[in-house]
Design a protein around this ligand. Structure first.
Ligand code: KOT
Length: 824
């Protein structure tokens, strides 16, 4: 019997024949070509236009329903939305994927080739940006009024090329040839002031007012990306701002004969939305980055207020109508901006403005890493946003003199410790403190992380306001991360539990009843094998490496960072390789270690680790002595589109961060959902995944968070582990030779150095032995085919909790308090 499919129901759905007609019509009337002349790009755009006929209609209905209801809405402010491709996802969510595929087949086209024309919308670095993308998908699916606000970067995250084993960054130009999903809205352009000075003026009533005389003005042009909920009832908007020169500025200069100057003005203004900063979890304090933050916050707030004012004449209902979620501290400047608008422009008194702000903003923390906690030099603020600095000072003064003084009377040390302004050689604004002081809720992104946010990051704030701290465990959208990326497994589940699982992922738990069923196991593992065969082909195409789909596919895909410990994975690979060389009969299942990772362009050690992986891969993959038992693959340009091919093909999911450092992780959820077994530390959401799937179905190793802290407090000495473990010593020493870099000894030495002289800040050496044992357990377990299949099924069937719809419902219950609006 042909497998059933979970197909979104949609009254507007097109039949195959209608879809064909629509595509052909768009080829001709939208793209100015025809079936005979069109290239794949034109076919792709015509397909998108056909879908958009449905999508735009739902978009209009949704905004009409929201306006009529005057409903409370969430505004998700994020500097990053890592959307990936939209075509396949939208076809699924509108419920016309099959019709589109069959229509294209009839027209002589393969839907995969056509959809491959779409560039990734890579407007984010990693986890934080991808989470934002999953969240707006869930908000639309659940019919909540919501707008995502961000920046319309001309260049998203760089494209990674590997040359001679090293990462090279190339510009990403995702909209070079136009993007069929976006709609420009010139009617909603906003002006953004910058620089200048603040004047204190006294009105005729004797009242003091502040006037900010901006030194420059740029404009923000909104581009709307429709966000199609599952079954396309609701289509929300992701509104991205593009910066342009404000008209009157360049015209003034131009008219005065300064054509060249006016061009400089134009390119300065356009620089603001030119490129996404590629630094994941580290801060650089660059002026242009501060301007990016302010630019999109100012545009978004004006947009929110403009919409509010359609139905309201004063601000008394503002915080009832609008909640603004700050995706980490990057949009924090929205706080003083709203204060400024309310006081300076709308004439509210401080206390009323403050009440509105503190009832409107909520803040999500995504990291505990000290280098990622944003601070801005006071002098930069003063230069770019002088009025905002004054407001921040006043927020701080009131906080210290009222709240801190009341709780800890006369304690100047505490005031210094909690001040939003950090004293020192360069005075700094601590953005996270400004968030916690203002926001009515602060949340972490996994249970363990939220505890650490309270205990380690903000303990005193938590003493002051315990009720402000929440947890909302992250989730991922099952539409993209199972339905669209793993059609085979998706239809197996639809056969088993019906077609509602893409909404209610807990329905998959039914599969637990079949975890020991031989037929079910075979079907499940056959699908895994199919996905591994497909991935093997991708690996051959991209890396020219042959891998055996019967081998264990062991995958670590995430940004490259020391705390994520790709180099711990490398040390273990070297240990395995050494065992195989020393003992050709060393018992192990064939294993393919697969990596995908981008390094921040200025992060030297991260780039050295990529180089090491590639050099080790060269050697290992071509060493006949080990008879193909071990392969190492580094897939270039890891991104959402590649991730969609990797998660379904994984046997082992590497989640090996030092305990206490990974806030949540979301890749861990996608792996488990697709039937991979987690090899991980008790960190972030791994803890909750283990809880859901059962300890016996994951491989946990290493120090836990308390042990990490204790070892650090006691004075961790990596040399003890180096001298105490001959195998570890041997692989570290290997890195200093020219074995992997013939004729160039020392090219991989920086890794050893960081782990010994550098003090091994993330305890790779301390966890090495335990990690290595866990790998032996993985290998043993894989030999038991039935035992492994059982565990893979249980993993996939038991992670319903990590549906981002559940995360959104948690946000709604605990923080946003929204009501659903059903468009007609
Ligand atoms: C980046 C810069 C500053 C502050 C935080 C970040 C950040 C955090 N970027 N990505 N993250 C990740 O966010 C994910 C979603 O919550 C988490 O799953 C992951 O653990 C974070 O590392």
């Amino acid at each position: 019997m042909a497998a059933k499919k979970a197909t979104a129901k949609n009254a507007l759905a097109l039949s195959k024949e209608q879809f064909k007609d629509s595509i052909v019509k768009h080829l001709r009337s939208t793209l100015g070509t025809d079936e005979a002349r069109a290239n794949n790009q034109a076919w792709w755009k015509a397909t998108c236009s056909a879908v958009n006929e449905l999508v735009f209609d739902r978009l209009t209905e949704t905004s009409k329903a929201n306006a009529e209801n005057d409903s409370r809405a969430v505004h998700y402010l994020s500097l990053e939305f890592l959307m990936g491709r939209l075509t396949v996802n939208n076809l699924h969510n509108v419920g016309v994927f099959d019709a589109a595929r069959d229509a294209l087949t009839d027209l002589g086209k393969d839907i995969n080739d056509i959809c491959d024309e779409e560039p990734d919308m890579a407007l984010g670095n990693g986890g934080l940006g991808r989470l934002a993308a999953c969240f707006i998908d869930s908000l639309a699916t659940l019919n909540y009024p919501a707008v995502g606000y961000g920046i319309h970067y001309e260049h998203g995250l760089f494209r990674q090329e590997i040359q001679g084993g090293r990462q090279i960054e190339r510009p990403d130009s995702w909209r070079e040839y136009g993007n069929p999903w976006e709609i420009c809205r010139p009617e909603s352009i906003q002006e953004v002031p910058l620089y200048g000075y603040v004047e204190t003026v006294f009105g005729e009533d004797g009242k003091m007012r502040k006037v900010w005389h901006a030194g420059r003005q740029i404009k923000g042009v909104p581009w709307d990306i429709p966000v199609v909920g599952y079954e396309a009832k609701t289509v929300n908007v992701l509104r991205l701002w593009e910066s342009k020169a404000a008209d009157f500025f360049d015209w003034d200069v131009f008219n005065a004969g300064g054509y060249v100057d006016s061009q400089a003005e134009k390119s300065q203004a356009e620089a603001v939305s030119k490129v996404l900063y590629p630094n994941d979890e580290s801060e650089q304090g660059k002026e242009l980055r501060l301007i990016q933050q302010y630019f999109f916050c100012a545009c978004s707030l004006k947009d929110i207020i403009r919409r509010y004012k359609r139905n309201h004449t004063d601000f008394s209902q503002f915080s009832k109508q609008a909640v603004i979620q700050l995706n980490d501290t990057h949009p924090t400047v929205a706080i003083p901006e709203l204060m400024r608008i309310l006081i300076d422009e709308e004439g509210l008194v401080w206390d009323d403005a403050w009440k509105i702000c503190s009832e409107t903003f909520a803040y999500t923390n995504h990291t505990l890493l000290p280098e990622a906690l944003e601070k801005w030099a006071v002098y930069l603020f003063e230069k770019v946003l002088p009025r905002h600095l004054e407001i921040i000072y006043e927020i701080n003064r009131r906080f210290l003199e009222d709240e801190v003084e009341a709780k800890w009377p006369g304690n100047d040390e505490m005031k210094r410790h909690l001040s939003i302004i950090e004293e020192g050689e360069t005075r700094m604004v601590r953005m996270a403190f400004l968030c916690v002081v203002t926001c009515f809720k602060t949340n972490g992104v996994a249970a363990m992380h939220s505890e650490l946010v309270k205990q380690d990051l903000f303990p005193e704030f938590c003493e002051l306001w315990p009720e402000r701290f929440e947890n909302v465990t992250n989730g991922v959208t099952p539409r993209r991360w199972l339905l669209a990326c793993n059609e085979e497994l998706a239809s197996m589940y639809t056969d088993l539990v019906g077609d509602q699982w893409p909404r209610d992922l807990t329905l998959l738990s039914k599969a637990n009843e079949f975890a020991d069923d031989a037929k079910f196991q075979k079907k499940f593992m056959d699908i895994k094998h199919t996905k591994k065969v497909q991935l093997a082909k991708v690996i051959k195409d991209l890396c020219d490496v042959e891998v055996d789909p019967n081998a264990i596919f062991d995958i670590q895909i995430k940004r490259l960072h020391e705390y994520k410990r790709q180099h711990l994975n490398v040390l273990h690979i070297l240990a395995l390789y050494r065992r195989l060389l020393e003992n050709p009969n060393y018992e192990m299942n064939k294993r393919v270690f697969i990596f995908g990772a981008k390094a921040a362009p200025g992060y030297k050690l991260a780039k050295d680790i990529i180089y090491a992986i590639n050099k080790i891969a060269d050697k290992v993959n071509n060493d006949e002595r080990i008879q193909g038992k071990l392969k190492v693959v580094f897939l270039p340009n890891y991104r959402v589109t590649l991730a969609e091919k990797l998660f379904p093909a994984a046997d082992v999911s590497e989640q090996i961060s030092t305990a206490g450092y990974e806030a949540s992780g979301t890749g861990n959820m996608k792996f488990a959902l697709n039937g991979a077994l987690t090899l991980g530390t008790l960190d972030g959401a791994n803890v909750e995944i283990a809880e859901e799937v059962g300890d016996e179905n994951v491989f946990i190793f290493g120090l836990n968070c308390d042990e990490v802290k204790a070892l650090k407090a006691a004075g961790y000495n990596p040399w003890d582990y180096y001298y105490g473990n001959p195998e570890l010593k041997a692989v570290l020493d290997w890195l200093e030779t020219d074995y992997f870099t013939p004729g160039a000894p020392g090219e991989l030495a920086s890794i050893k150095q960081s782990l010994l002289e550098g003090g091994d800040p993330y305890l790779c050496l301390a966890d090495f032995a335990s990690y290595s044992e866990a790998h032996i357990a993985v290998d043993k377990m894989y030999s038991d085919k039935k035992g492994w299949a059982r565990k893979a099924i249980i993993n996939s069937a038991s992670v319903g909790k990590f549906n981002s719809d559940r995360s959104i419902e948690d946000y709604v219950d605990r923080i946003w308090h929204l009501e659903k609006v059903m468009p007609n």
